[in-house]
Design a protein around this ligand. Structure first.
Ligand code: NAD
Ligand code: MG
Length: 401
């Protein structure tokens, strides 16, 4: 029986994780849950999974949850509040596995804390790795933690790697294993064929309606701009110790192949299946075992034909920015991620246009292109500065459009 802590329990990944627990109560026990604000959903999770501790980052949400638990007669569950409490949550001795599924750079410190506490860390929160890169990987090296990728592409790549590479996440050398390329697939999102002149009028509702995956709002918008693929490009660099030249983005609209590894003898290994995040989550939770994830087997006789294409940077300028950031260095990556979080939130709030996201991202990234980042304090400082710059650009656009 493994003890589990779920960061971001009320989100799309959090809920899929808890569905795996539901299917395997003899294997996993929920020790703690955390979320930001969604009290009613968390209350329902408390009643079902009976965690020892819950953190609601938002203070009033925590107070509300305490009240609701008292009313439902649950006096055992400890409710805490604030970001600091997340750090204690992941360190608890009963916790073996930490699902890092907070969205955005807010997930960085608790995820890093789980690594430092030698836990088995399941990384969904790609922004944590994008913003801190080498610092995160160094912390992983210095610890006895295991890091397993949840992002479907990185989980697919992991599954297609030889055991030696799987055992050395963050530092294995692909050339030692005859690997010539990592092929990172992406669907192209909902606007793959939309005429470019209509991009200015894209609404948040349209951007969040992904053709293949059901996800949180932020990552849905990132998928529509393909910033998600860009963040994944940077994530892949760090997870598999790659250079930008080792990674090729491949558009694959059906999202059946979740990514591939190409070997120098010409072999290409792909991981496939229906697009359901419970597959990579179950894979990582049980690794190296295999368990039922509740996902239907792929039906080869009733499927669309597979298509592949190159990504067009005119359609997806954010993908280009992220690849440029990956080549430029940590300052650019941290700034780009921060700017993007602000820009996407402003787009979701209908304050700016879909096409403004890339404009804000480009401007902010440019300001920090050569900024040196050596410590987590540097990361946090730069993240804040980039957010400030992006917010003032949002204000300017609100007033001038
Ligand atoms: P979501 O928006 O559905 O859920 C986010 C969770 O984080 C919620 O539980 C929320 O309460 C919590 N949260 C938000 N802000 C917080 C804060 N400041 N402090 C603490 N908790 C906070 O997001 P999601 O789609 O589940 O994505 C979570 C992460 O997983 C993201 O980094 C995303 O890129 C990654 N990911 C998601 C998918 C997917 O299919 N949804 C796939 C691959 C990777
Ligand atoms: Mg992904």
């Amino acid at each position: 029986m493994q003890g589990l802590s779920v960061l971001g329990a009320t989100g799309s990944i959090g809920m899929s994780t808890l569905d795996i627990v539901r299917r395997h109560p003899q294997k996993f026990r929920v020790i703690s849950l955390s979320a930001n604000q969604r009290v009613e959903q968390m209350h329902a999770l408390c009643l079902e999974f009976k965690p020892q501790t819950v953190v609601m980052v938002d203070a009033s949400a925590a107070e509300q949850l305490k009240l609701m638990l008292m009313q439902s007669g649950d006096h055992q569950i400890q409710v805490q509040q604030g970001e600091q409490s997340l750090l204690d949550l992941v360190k608890a001795p009963d916790v073996d596995i930490v699902m890092a599924a907070i969205v955005g750079a807010s997930g960085l410190l608790p995820t890093l804390e789980a690594v430092k506490a030698d836990k088995k860390v399941l990384l969904a929160n790609k922004e944590a790795l994008v913003t801190s890169g080498q610092i995160f990987i160094d912390a992983l090296h210095a610890s006895k933690a295991t890091l397993l990728p949840i992002d479907s592409e990185h989980n697919a790549i992991f599954q297609c790697l030889p055991k030696g590479m799987q055992d050395s996440v963050g530092h294995g050398a692909i050339t030692d294993y005859g690997i010539s390329k990592i092929l990172l697939t992406g669907s192209g999102g909902p606007f793959r064929t939309l005429p470019l002149e209509q991009f200015d009028t894209i609404t948040p509702e349209q951007a969040c309606a992904h053709p293949n995956w059901d996800m949180g709002q932020k990552i849905s918008v990132d998928s529509a701009t393909m910033m998600n693929k860009g963040l994944e490009f940077i994530e892949a660099k760090w997870l598999f110790n790659l250079s930008a030249d080792d990674i090729q983005v491949v558009l694959h609209p059906q999202s059946t192949i979740h990514s591939m590894v190409q070997y120098k003898d010409g072999s290409v290994l792909a991981q496939m299946g229906n697009p359901d995040m419970r597959t990579p989550i179950a894979h990582a939770m049980a690794y190296p075992e295999r368990i039922d994830a509740g996902v239907q087997a792929f039906d080869f006789f009733n499927c669309q034909s597979f298509q592949f294409a190159q990504a067009d940077f005119e359609r997806y300028p954010n993908l280009k920015l992220a690849i440029d950031a990956c080549r430029a260095g940590q300052g650019a990556c941290t700034a780009l991620n921060a700017a993007n979080e602000i820009a996407v939130a402003a787009f979701l709030a209908k304050q700016i246009k879909f096409t403004d996201i890339a404009k804000i991202n480009a401007e902010v990234m440019q300001s920090f292109l050569t900024t040196d980042v050596r410590s987590i304090e540097d990361v946090l400082r730069l993240d804040q500065e980039a957010r400030k710059q992006a917010s003032s650009q949002v204000d300017w656009l609100k007033e001038n459009s």
